[in-house]
Design a protein around this ligand. Structure first.
Ligand code: SRM
Ligand code: SF4
Length: 571
């Protein structure tokens, strides 16, 4: 399963590490035992990702520790898979307790509907993993060159469609979960399976060339940003039944500032499949990428490059050959937006659902809002479910008429009803983690965006745009974790205190934005954006979105293709 048999280039280093790892064992078990350092062995840092664990270090302490001759302050981030973002109140309580006992007393709700625990040290890594298992959750394949957490629109207002689509998302997730028993062996003291003889029927020994992402969208909501997924399924409803899915392939956002061959790309339409074909289609799309993805260059290894290089017609042909049947013609659908709905909505199942704004998905207790404690109190009495959204927010799902007043009282007591107070800009803001934990961050993101929004809100209020939803997204580097290239305003870190500003993405996630101003220092961002906001307030047409206006008014040129060329996005 090499990238291309005719390709003379050597395989990337990570390919060797995977091959030698005996189905993801590596020397992880020994690394955990080694008390001489807070780190694990270098090669194991690649393998641990497949187990949902990233080795990081506290970046705020780097310089100080270096001066003092100390090793870095090593910490681990654990990503907990939540297929479709749905978990039970019992699971919530257990994960919440783990964050307090072993983590940083915060929970991070991610842009892919998963939980992250930060600041876990090596000595308690295994205990924390066992705690996650006790919550009947796992972290396998939350990271690494495998299929990641499968996303699904948490759509509470069309519950008739949500239930079957969530079932399909879960079925795909289960089918594409690695079969290796290394996970159980290492973290749960499970029985050792001799010599790595087991098989990975779908992945093989070296898994995929790179990460692989799948999402299920339920129109009219495109909250999972289906066009950014390696593989997307757009549910096509037929009354209260799911007729099947339009299938999209080849989305992805990561790029590097320095590498002109990298770029964000929106997916192509592949065809239509029925519900009973969905798992098969997912497997075949994934195996084509397994066999043809570039294993020599990790910056060119995502499915988007395979499709860009070989063409969508070739790709469809290869998938259909493996399926043994042809995909159908895509069916009509419409997306209205890619954001979340806040407050109470009543589903078709007559249950109530509350959409809750959690700034940048960081759940913690602050003096103004003891949000983490508040949600714990809600979880103690809640009989429905929790649904993590793809915009780092949360839905308290399936609330009965009887319970609604109790939950309402807790929302007010713990000031969890921020959606009633904040501007449309803040409610549509999203930032990646970045500093101090992310090893790739070039600039602040999660710790900075809330303050920037406060500054921008002054202009927003002055222009009478308080209620207007404008999507603003920030990341600390160009990898795109908060999907900034789909922000009507996108800010991407270039260096400490410096950001590229992008404008012009579509509100429904169907068009990438374009570079507006390169390398703007933090103190100049508001001055650059204020004139655009002011003109939008006075010159917009009826119902015109900010991203569309930015193009019509000539601030940026439209992107006519799903793919962006490096010169469109880089200075
Ligand atoms: Fe991401 C790497 C955080 C969603 C593209 N991402 C990272 C790492 C693990 C840094 C690292 O490799 O050392 C970050 C950990 C930071 C920390 O301290 O927690 C990180 N990514 C995140 C999260 C937590 C951002 C958030 O604030 O919510 C999201 C976790 C999702 C999850 O639950 O699985 C997250 N990352 C995304 C997305 C958005 C999405 O998937 O919808 C993208 C863009 C879509 C895509 O994949 O193209 C994304 N992350 C990347 C990339 C660039 C990949 C590429 O193809 O170039 C990297 C770097 C890499 O893989 O080399 C990366
Ligand atoms: Fe880290 Fe960059 Fe992802 Fe932000 S976008 S979390 S800085 S890798």
């Amino acid at each position: 399963m090499t990238a291309d048999k005719a390709d003379p280039k050597p395989l990337s280093k990570v390919e060797e590490i995977k091959e030698a790892s005996h189905y993801l064992r590596g020397t992880l078990a020994a690394s955990l035992e080694d008390r001489s350092t807070g780190a694990i062995a270098d090669a194991d840092t690649n393998i641990s990702k497949f187990h949902g664990i990233y080795q990081q270090d506290h970046r705020d302490q780097r310089t100080e520790r270096k001066k003092a001759g100390l090793e870095k302050a090593f910490i681990f981030m654990i990503r907990i898979r939540v297929p479709g973002g749905v978990c039970t109140p019992e699971q919530w309580l257990k994960i919440d307790a783990l964050a307090d006992t072993y983590g940083s007393h915060t929970l991070k709700l991610t842009t892919r509907q998963a939980f992250q625990l930060h600041f876990i040290t090596k000595d308690v890594l295994k205990t924390t993993m066992q705690g996650i298992n006790a919550a009947l959750m796992d972290t396998i394949a939350a990271c690494g060159d495998v299929n990641r957490n499968v996303m699904c629109n948490p759509n509470p207002w069309e519950s008739a469609l949500h239930a079957p689509v969530l079932d399909d998302a879960r079925a795909v997730s289960v089918h594409l979960t690695p079969r290796t028993t290394a996970y159980h062996e290492i973290w749960l003291d499970g029985e050792k399976v001799g010599g790595g003889e087991e098989e990975e029927p779908i992945y093989g020994k070296t898994y995929l060339p790179r990460k692989f992402k799948i999402g299920f969208a339920i129109p009219p909501s495109n909250d999972i940003d289906v066009w950014t997924q390696d593989l997307g399924f757009i549910a096509i409803g037929d009354g209260d039944q799911v007729a099947g899915y339009n299938v999209t392939v080849g989305g992805g956002l990561g790029m590097s500032h320095s590498d002109t061959k990298t770029y964000p790309r929106l997916a192509d339409m592949l065809g239509f499949c029925t519900r009973d074909q969905v798992v098969d289609v997912a497997e075949k799309v994934l195996t084509v990428q397994r066999d043809f993805g570039d294993r020599t260059n990790r910056k060119h290894a995502r499915l988007k490059y395979t499709i860009e290089d070989r063409g969508i017609d070739w790709f469809r042909g290869e998938v259909e050959r493996r399926l043994g049947y042809k995909l159908g013609e895509p069916r009509p659908f419409r997306f209205d937006d890619s954001g979340d709905r806040y407050g109470w909505t009543r589903g078709t199942d007559n249950r109530w659902h509350y959409g809750l704004f959690i700034q940048n998905g960081r759940l913690l207790d602050t003096a103004e809002s003891p949000a983490k404690t508040g949600l714990r109190e809600i979880a103690k009495i809640h009989t429905g479910d929790f649904r993590l959204t793809a915009n780092q927010n949360l839905i308290i799902g399936g609330v009965t008429d009887e319970q609604k007043p109790r939950i309402e009282a807790l929302l007010a007591e713990y000031k969890l009803d921020a959606d009633t107070r904040e501007t449309g800009l803040r409610l549509n803001s999203m930032a990646c983690v970045a500093l101090p934990t992310c090893g790739l961050a070039l600039a602040e993101s999660e710790r900075y965006l809330p303050d920037l929004v406060t500054e921008l809100d002054r202009v927003i209020e002055e222009c009478g745009l308080r209620q207007d939803a404008i999507i603003i997204r920030m990341t600390g580097c160009p990898n795109g974790c908060a999907r900034p290239y789909l922000g009507e305003i996108g800010l991407v870190g270039k260096a400490p205190g410096k950001y590229n500003i992008y404008l012009g993405a579509a509100f429904d996630g169907s068009r990438l934005n374009k570079l507006f101003k390169p390398s703007v220092t933090s103190d100049k961002i508001v001055a650059e954006l204020a004139p655009v906001i002011r003109r939008y307030a006075t010159e917009r047409e009826e119902g015109e979105r900010f991203g569309d206006f930015a193009i019509r008014a000539g601030f940026v040129k439209p992107t006519t293709e799903g793919r962006l060329f490096h010169e469109d996005i880089m200075a």
